[in-house]
Design a binder for this molecule. Structure first.
Ligand SMILES: Nc1nc2c(ncn2[C@@H]2O[C@H](COP(=O)(O)OP(=O)(O)OP(=O)(O)O)[C@@H](O)[C@H]2O)c(=O)[nH]1
Ligand SMILES: [Mg+2]
Length: 466
């Protein structure tokens, strides 16, 4: 909708769905702010509510309407059809908010779709079987009367850890509903989605908009993309800083103690600092993504079994030499660090326990000093990448981030690390570089490489992030 006086354009999107599907939750996710009311009950949102998603310097705006959900749509459609498909009478009728709650809400949804928006974002609960989605069919038929472009958004998809199921569901919804009035079918879950999904939605909006608004959208999309990249770059910085700190960290063995005790003591001090740094990293990533929450505070014992590195060298190096830490060293270290543990060393534990002895490796820390080894730093890079992936996929509409299941993100991060060998090797080769700047630069490069590969593995259409 272009304002001729100022030549600025407002692009209006409206989230429309059957009630209780997740419109307000998705609005919160997109805005990264707890707007509106979310309750697991029908007809929570009762009025059309406008939010600004993006604004250009020239004054174009991308606006999003959160709307009340459709009620008993099968009956409503039948009733409207009896009167011919003119919906005017229904929209001009006064429906009582309390006595006619479902009709009042449906009327608001239809008004938003007819009068307030350029593109209808029609959201479904994808966990339902699309073959039996009769309310969806009725609602799409009513929306078709309005002759506006519709994008179908799949909400309530299975989590990343159930990828195959997720993809199968997406395909089934596509097969069933990719036809007029629907112009695109996109996965955009309020609880778990990525910033690349969000950009894909806005790009699709640009494609289906009337020509007059397309130009404004071509100015608005880069604004949204720039913010997304700003967050991505800030996350890369934070992870690189953690790696540099860990690489440079040293701990002296206490004098006058038996070697093994001195080693354990030094290791605990190193580990405790690293754990605090990882907790801080989580908090930074959470803040960058516009979320609230905290690191996981439980030990995930399942990980010891799943992350076996066979005969990898020990993550610890230095002059200590000698006895192995033994199986389950990571879990033991986590327990030794007490109740506030992140379970970090259980996650990294297989490489701790795999070695038959402590590695002397290539790095010459003097005989009384311990530092983290190259293989450990490599695993730490993958662990930090997994933590980033978990945080960045968490939609604000889901609520606080509590460090939910990391396993499937760890797998993805590990694979991505495996494909970033040159950048990772360059970082590890910089261990002895006396120039801290160069170390930082290589850390940044390795992190960017792993995160980018992980995201592109998931979102092959996201090349624009390169
Ligand atoms: N698992 C899952 N639950 C979701 C998702 N989005 C929303 N929900 C849940 O669905 C319920 C309804 O969410 P709302 O965002 O209030 O739904 P709405 O469409 O705005 O509902 P009305 O305003 O009443 O029409 C809440 O319990 C949400 O937590 C999602 O992506 N995944
Ligand atoms: Mg709502």
């Amino acid at each position: 909708m272009t304002d001729p006086a100022s030549s600025t354009t407002d692009v209006h999107l409206a989230l429309i769905s059957h009630t209780n599907v997740g419109k307000t939750s998705l609005t919160r996710t997109l805005l990264r702010s707890d707007v509106g009311e979310v309750v697991d009950a029908p007809h929570t949102t009762m009025e059309n509510t406008l939010h600004a998603l993006a604004t250009t310097e020239g004054g174009d705006r991308l606006l999003l309407w959160d709307t009340p959900g459709f009620g008993d749509s099968l009956r409503l459609k039948a009733r409207l059809e009896q009167r011919g498909t003119a919906v005017g009478w229904f929209l001009s009728e006064v429906w009582d908010r309390v006595a006619d709650r479902a009709l009042h809400s449906s009327q608001q949804a239809m008004l938003a779709a007819r009068d307030l928006t350029d593109v209808i974002l029609y959201q479904v609960n994808a966990a339902e079987d699309p073959e039996f989605a009769t309310q969806v069919e009725a609602e799409l038929a009513m929306l078709a009367w309005l002759e506006k472009p519709v994008i179908l958004l799949l909400n309530q998809l299975p989590p990343h850890s159930r990828r195959q199921e997720r993809e199968d569901l997406e395909q089934r919804w596509r097969d069933r509903f990719a036809k007029p009035p629907i112009r695109r079918v996109l996965a955009l879950d309020a609880f778990e989605r990525s910033w690349i999904d969000e950009v894909q939605l806005l790009a699709a909006v640009g494609e289906v908009l009337p020509r007059a608004e397309q130009e404004a959208m071509a100015r608005l999309l880069p604004v949204w993309q720039a913010k997304a990249l700003e967050r991505f770059n800030a996350s890369i910085e934070a992870i690189a800083a953690l790696l540099v700190t860990a690489i440079l960290d040293r701990e002296a063995l206490s004098a006058g103690q038996p070697a093994r005790l001195a080693r354990m003591g030094a290791l605990r001090r190193l580990a405790s600092r690293l754990e605090a740094a990882v907790r801080k990293l989580d908090e930074t990533l959470i803040r960058i993504e516009g979320l609230e929450g905290a690191s996981a505070r439980r030990i995930d014992t399942a990980l010891t079994a799943t992350r076996s590195h066979g005969d990898r060298p020990s993550p610890l190096q230095g002059a200590a030499g000698g006895a192995a830490l033994g199986a389950g060293a990571g879990a033991a270290l986590d327990l030794a660090l007490g109740g506030a543990s992140l379970g970090l060393f259980t996650a990294l534990g297989a490489s701790l326990s795999a070695a038959a002895g402590w590695s002397w490796s290539q790095r010459a820390v003097d005989k009384r000093t311990l530092g983290w080894s190259a293989p450990f730093i490599e695993d730490l890079l993958a662990e930090a990448a997994a933590r980033y992936l978990a945080v960045t996929h968490h939609g604000r509409g889901r609520g606080r981030y509590e460090g939910e299941a990391l396993d499937s993100w760890r797998e993805l991060a590990d694979t991505a690390k495996g494909k970033s060998t040159a950048d990772v090797a360059a970082l590890l080769a910089a261990f002895d570089d006396p120039e801290p700047d160069r170390l930082e630069e290589r850390a940044r490069k390795a992190v960017r490489s792993v995160l980018t590969r992980a995201l592109l593995e998931e979102y092959p259409h996201g090349e624009w992030i390169l």
